[in-house]
Design a protein around this ligand. Structure first.
Ligand code: F6R
Length: 247
């Protein structure tokens, strides 16, 4: 596990973007696993800048997103599909047919999950997966549980996740209560993983996840077992680790 402490959010975004830059430069056909939420917005801004400067070419890149809310169509402005379009895909030269996000409006969710898993396999797996982390340790929407969910699956969202994501909706009641998410095995099969965490609200869980026990109660803790994972935190998210390493 590689641990990088960035000065601030901008520095973190540049550093995480740098990993994706290298990945695409070394393999222009890369399959990128992408995340939504507030954490990766700066990374996407950085990638867009490099694209505009003609330093990055996404024409052969494939993207698979971690998750999507159940019940929201890709036209819905709160959907992760819309988020990706607005924050990245519409601003770079990635081909539409090379971007993939689970369909939150699928009539047969089980089939959608199986198909998504098969799609990732058919692309040859994920070369580099970008992750954020929930305040309860979720990655993708793998919420704290008694077991690690393996494959892409339908999952209920915990109260803490619904509350954390309320800021993107008009009210708590509007936040979808379930999602389709890649499973832990899907994520762990990625060849490389880059996890980013910014701000004091992530500080405790970053410590627990990467310095505590490996348990499905803290889903991100499983990343301790991955052979090529880089954790990039800013100073604020590093606070608990810094404090505990002094005691
Ligand atoms: C998003 C995702 C989630 C977020 C996590 C952190 O696709 O899968 O695991 O990464 O909820 O969200 P932010 O970055 O908004 O704090």
């Amino acid at each position: 596990m590689r641990f990088i402490v960035a000065k601030d959010y901008m520095d973190l975004s540049r550093k995480a973007g740098g990993f994706i830059f290298s990945q695409i430069s070394l393999n222009p056909n890369s399959v990128l696993g992408l995340a939504t939420g507030s954490s990766p917005i700066g990374v996407y801004e950085q990638l867009i800048k490099w694209y505009e400067l003609d330093e990055l070419d996404f024409s052969n890149v494939k993207a698979v997103n971690l998750d999507e809310y159940v019940g929201l169509s890709n036209k819905d402005t709160q959907s992760y599909s819309h988020f990706m379009h607005e924050n990245l895909f519409s601003k770079i030269n990635i081909k539409n047919e090379n971007t993939h996000i689970p369909n939150g409006k699928a009539t047969n969710i089980d089939k959608e999950c199986d198909d998504y898993e098969s799609l990732i396999c058919s692309l040859g797996g994920i070369d580099m997966q970008l992750l954020g982390i929930g305040q309860n340790g979720h990655i993708g929407f793998n919420e704290p549980n008694d077991i690690f969910n393996k494959h892409t699956h339908l999952t209920g969202l915990t109260e803490s996740t619904i509350k954390a994501n309320e800021r993107f909706f008009d009210s708590y009641g509007d936040v979808p209560k379930s999602a389709i998410s890649m499973g832990i095995k899907t994520i762990m099969a990625a060849k490389k993983i880059v996890l980013i965490a910014s701000g004091e609200s992530k500080s405790e869980i970053v410590y627990e996840s990467f310095f505590g026990n490996i348990t499905p109660k803290v889903p991100a803790s499983v990343l301790q077992l991955h052979p090529d994972v880089t954790i990039i935190v800013d100073e604020l998210a590093y606070k608990t680790i810094k404090l505990k390493s002094k005691t």
